[in-house]
Design a protein around this ligand. Structure first.
Ligand SMILES: CC(=O)Nc1cnc2ccccc2c1
Length: 446
């Protein structure tokens, strides 16, 4: 292609081609702060991981969907003080519209379900793997983007949905070789907190804020949590009651405190009995302190984490959000889902030595031994590619280089196109694993 027009019009004046002065670097070759490039080796790992996500989604009978990374800011304006809405990667576009690079996927899913309206039959099970963004002051040096595998079920009001999502997560771990002793799946319900707030007649409208504050347990000290709860107006009895119940890790104990007719207890008992039948009971445990930090959860919530020198590293999390659609002005449809990030899981796989061998695998290298054989080499490569074999057509290299290259890309065979063989309609084939070498009719090569 011809070089782009060298003169660019800047403030009305055509400028001279921009040539770097001696030694100056033309451009910063690093990607923007907090973002990553995926060079081939990194991309092979990412593709392998995403293929595992897809395979689990397939066996769970989920359908793939996708959305723009760019969304209207309105979709993410929530007043509960969540970190995710305080770090929106938001801006005004050239049309004056307030837009964001999405920080999560669920609101887009909800938007599409509403848009599809009556034309979707329920329940629906959708998945997507998408890049999500946040804008953090670089003081914390954390990443500003990651990819999330999202699985969501709409129109399944009972805990069957949450149980299905847990199966998906556990199938994924089993595929990766991670065991129930490597990670902890903690399950609870926000209805536990709701029951406690009712016991202390805390006004309903504080529920979401209390959840967002309590989710910081483990990040903030108990005192800081208590102070924040008092600040939004809770009595110290209510705060004590909350802290007490949230420290429960036994379902029978919870039943004692809340009684058996509380929905939270019934839901959780049913989930743990389903877990036995699914065969994943030893993967999950009840822990009342799990509330998750997203404002819209209304019921069962769960979190998967692993312990890294005493620090909990969250791998994925999710829960039920039965009233998200009405916050967008639509009829509510019961829903639940999870998000599974692409970064922390890789940390765990590395730590457990579970990363698979992902070196390149090429079937054939085709190499013309001199210039006049470049044409014939094209037809040899083309015929093999049409049969579905991966072929690297190499030329203008010394044979020594070609053998090294063959090793580097783990080629199965080296197909040498030489003058004397070609005149007899033959090519020379070298099997690189056995060093076997023989001639083959070019037209019969496969
Ligand atoms: C470990 C990691 O990369 N976390 C991460 C990175 N980027 C994000 C971007 C948006 C929302 C959550 C995010 C979370």
């Amino acid at each position: 292609a011809s070089a782009p027009s060298s003169s660019t019009v800047e403030n009305g004046e055509p400028s001279s081609p921009v040539e770097p002065s001696e030694g100056a670097s033309v451009v910063d070759v690093n990607p923007p702060r907090g973002t990553r490039d995926f060079a081939p080796e990194d991309m092979r790992l990412r593709t392998w991981l995403f293929d595992q996500f897809r395979e689990v989604s397939r066996v769970m009978a989920f359908e793939e969907v996708d959305f723009p990374v760019l969304e209207s800011e309105a979709l993410f304006i929530r007043k509960a003080g969540e970190e995710i809405t305080q770090q929106l990667y938001n801006f005004q576009d050239k049309g004056g519209r307030r837009v964001v690079l999405r920080p999560e996927i669920t609101p887009s899913l909800a938007r599409l379900v509403i848009k599809q309206g009556k034309s979707v039959s329920l329940p629906l099970k959708w998945f997507t793997i998408g890049q999500c963004w946040r804008y953090e002051r670089m003081t914390r040096g954390r990443r500003r983007e990651h990819y999330q595998w999202n699985m969501d079920i709409f129109g399944m009001p009972k805990v069957r949905a949450e149980s299905e999502l847990l199966q998906a997560i556990i199938l994924l771990f089993e595929r990766l070789g991670i065991t129930s002793s490597d990670v902890g799946i903690r399950v609870s319900s926000r209805k536990v907190l709701q029951a406690v707030l009712n016991m202390y007649s805390v006004p309903e409208h504080l529920f979401t804020e209390v959840c967002v504050i309590v989710d910081k347990l483990g990040k903030l000290t108990r005192e800081e949590i208590e102070k924040e709860l008092i600040t939004i107006g809770l009595s110290s009895e209510a705060v004590q009651g909350i802290i007490e119940v949230l420290s429960l890790k036994s379902l029978p104990k919870l039943e004692e405190v809340l009684g058996s007719d509380v929905e939270a207890v019934a839901d959780l008992k049913k989930m743990f009995s389903f877990a036995e039948q699914y065969g994943y009971a030893d993967w999950i445990c009840f822990d009342a302190s799990v509330v998750r930090g997203l404002a819209y959860y209304t019921g069962i919530v769960f979190e998967v984490a692993f312990d890294r020198d005493g620090k909990l590293r969250a791998i994925c999390g999710g829960g039920r959000y039965d009233r998200l659609l009405s916050t967008f002005g639509s009829e509510d449809i019961p829903a639940c889902g999870f998000g599974f990030g692409d970064a922390v899981i890789v940390e765990l796989l590395k730590e457990k030595g579970l990363l698979p061998d992902l070196s390149r695998q090429i079937d054939d290298i085709v190499f013309p031994l001199d210039e006049e054989l470049e044409g014939p080499a094209s037809s040899v490569a083309s015929s093999l590619r049409r049969q579905g074999r991966s072929v690297d057509l190499v030329e203008d290299k010394r044979l020594k280089w070609v053998f090294k290259h063959a090793e580097r890309i783990n080629a199965g065979r080296l197909i040498l196109v030489g003058k004397s063989e070609w005149e007899r309609g033959m090519v020379r084939v070298k099997i690189l694993s056995t060093r076997e070498e023989f001639e083959v009719k070019a037209g019969e090569l496969q």
